[in-house]
Design a protein around this ligand. Structure first.
Ligand code: FAD
Length: 429
């Protein structure tokens, strides 16, 4: 069959690869310029190939690991034990292991014990459906205690979800606890994986394999998807139209509604899943700022929620002694900061960074890049399962496989790969 895949991110390229293996003629369309891979694509900065938005994988990410293996890149997959921290009360506290939690001075001893028990309860819960009706806020307050919610979890939920924080479902937090536990090596170590040269290398390889299998990767926005007279589908791109038997769309449901004329009831449902945007600043410093990989900022009003010193966990010869750091902020796309001038964003972020690391001076900044993603994180709300779109759409032959359909897990490359495989099996037999 002639099949179009719209979107060259993890989901689209995996689906394209699977469909090519099944002998179909595949064309992948990608509207963004620059490297392939969507949110997981690379940037070249200070001579290094590194993700535009920080990424790692977990030891439990079986679909992702098997795809890396299948594409011949497993020799480039590195596993390292991460040192994580939490910034609160003006300093970074170690926060990798249960022992770190017990030693954490930001909470009273009973608060720490209740938090630990809540994590264990979440991990022991096998069926997420009981958590569909309870918000993360209520579940955490009831199980970890009000103190833990106010001092630890509320600043995190607020930073990540803003005005949607109170409606985030208990399933989302359950999944976070479960996932972190699944990548432990022993009690105190957390093992994280990274692809040498950035995950973009995997997406370039998939595109290469699709082309070797006779397919095409076209750098163009696809839209105006409609039924044609012969019973197939057609799409417009670059001033022309092409005909396909099947089309798989892998952008957000909101983008799908712009690209195809779909019935109003379906469009209403598709647009009901809210998405947060993300600003991610990659910073190169003359020296390393900490000995942590991942620091969560648990302070209300902080301009970013994550400080990730990538060079501490996955050093690359191109980094030398320099620090490669990501500062990440989730926000509504309507927040004026999302559209703000890069220098303004950098100024806000660097002022706060100077408070986190008082020895850090702006003179140490060698380079920085500001990246923005409009469709970065679906908000997993209460009874999210009722909002989930099926892969098929009302337009026969048109399918959607997007981050918002990943549930009860949260978005991630592993689930994108699994979804791409599922969509390919459904569409291409
Ligand atoms: C800040 C951040 C940090 C993350 N950290 C991690 C992590 O540590 N580990 C991990 O595994 N995952 C992480 N993720 C999640 C991971 O990046 C995603 O789950 C995954 O990349 C989603 O892939 P996708 O193909 O579904 O979507 P996308 O990557 O969004 O790809 C969709 C593609 O469709 C294209 N498109 C849309 N409409 C059209 C059109 N009309 N025509 C042509 N092209 C179109 C878009 O340009 C885009 O390239 C992170 C995400 C973010 C934002």
């Amino acid at each position: 069959m002639d099949i179009a895949v719209i979107g060259a991110g993890a989901t689209g390229l995996t689906a394209g690869f699977e469909l090519t293996k099944r002998g179909h003629s595949v064309t992948v369309y990608e509207k963004s310029e620059g490297p392939l891979g969507g949110l997981a694509s690379n940037q070249t900065i200070a001579g290094a190939q590194i993700d535009k938005f920080y990424h790692h994988i977990f030891t439990s990410d079986a679909d992702m690991i098997s795809l890396i293996d299948e594409t011949g890149l497993s020799r480039d997959l590195m596993w390292k034990d991460a040192r994580n921290g939490i910034f609160s009360g003006g300093r970074v506290h170690p926060f990798t292991s249960p022992t770190d939690l017990l030693r954490y001075r930001g909470l009273s001893l009973p608060g720490r014990v209740r938090t630990g028990l809540a994590v264990l309860r979440a991990k022991g819960c096998r069926d997420y459906r009981g958590l569909e009706d309870v918000s993360a806020r209520d579940w955490l307050s009831a199980n970890a205690g009000r103190e833990s919610y106010d001092k630890l979890w509320r600043p995190l939920l607020d930073s990540k979800f803003g005005e949607d924080a109170d409606s985030v479902g208990g399933v989302w937090i359950w999944n976070k606890f479960k996932l972190r536990g699944s990548t432990r090596r022993g009690v105190d170590a957390e093992s994280l994986g990274y692809l040498r040269g950035g995950f973009g290398a995997l997406y370039d390889r998939l595109a290469e394999l699709i082309e070797q299998g006779g397919g095409r990767v076209v750098r163009s926005e696809a839209g105006d998807i409609s039924k044609d007279a012969g019973g197939g589908l057609s799409l417009a791109h670059g001033g022309g139209r092409e005909r396909y038997e099947r089309i798989l769309f892998t952008g957000s449901p909101h983008e799908l509604c712009q690209a195809a004329d779909l019935p109003p009831e379906y469009a209403l449902r598709a647009r009901s899943v809210r998405y947060k945007a993300n600003i991610c600043l990659t910073l190169i410093t003359a020296r390393r700022l900490s000995d942590y990989y991942w620091v969560t900022v648990a302070e209300r009003g902080a301009p970013f929620v994550l400080f990730i010193e990538h060079s501490n966990l996955f050093p690359d010869p191109a980094f030398g002694v320099r620090g490669f750091i990501f500062l990440s902020r989730y926000l509504d796309a309507s927040d004026p900061l999302f559209a703000a001038d890069e220098r303004y964003i950098a100024d806000v972020f660097f002022s706060y960074l100077g408070g986190m690391f008082p020895e850090f001076t702006r003179g140490e900044i060698a380079q920085y890049e500001v990246r923005r993603a409009r469709w970065a994180q679906p908000v997993v709300g209460l009874r999210h399962s009722e909002r989930l779109l099926p892969l098929g759409t009302p337009l026969e032959g048109l399918y959607i496989a997007s981050m918002s359909q990943i549930y009860p897990e949260d978005r991630g490359q592993n689930y994108a790969v699994a979804l791409g495989r599922r969509a390919a099996a459904l569409i291409g037999g």
